[in-house]
Design a protein. Structure first.
Length: 102
């Protein structure tokens, strides 16, 4: 797989699929247990961890202000959680709904 210049995540996913298949095979035929054990000894490739990119506060405010709150008094909690998780967490902690002006 290294010769094909696969990404680390791709190689790890393929290795996981092979391990799962060989586990099934080794449960069906005991003679394959040795092959499964050898494959399980192969270590996964180290993946680079990418930082999680969140919306800036101004972008979150712009998304939330785009909705017309005059037509409804309440938005569902699921819709709020989907739009802005950090705003939803604030709502759960404080009880102040960011889509409804008081």
């Amino acid at each position: 797989m290294k010769n094909k210049n696969c990404a680390a995540k791709t190689m790890n996913l393929k290795l996981t699929a092979i391990r799962s298949f060989l586990k099934y095979c080794s449960e069906e035929d005991f003679e394959l247990r040795g092959i499964y054990t050898e494959v399980c000894s192969i270590k996964k490739v180290k993946e680079e961890k990418q930082p999680i990119v969140y919306l800036q506060q101004s972008a979150t405010s712009a998304i939330l202000s785009a909705y017309d709150t005059s037509t409804t008094k309440h938005r569902s909690q699921w819709e709020l959680a989907k739009l802005a998780p950090n705003q939803y967490a604030t709502y759960l902690l404080t009880g102040n709904h960011p889509l409804i002006e008081k």
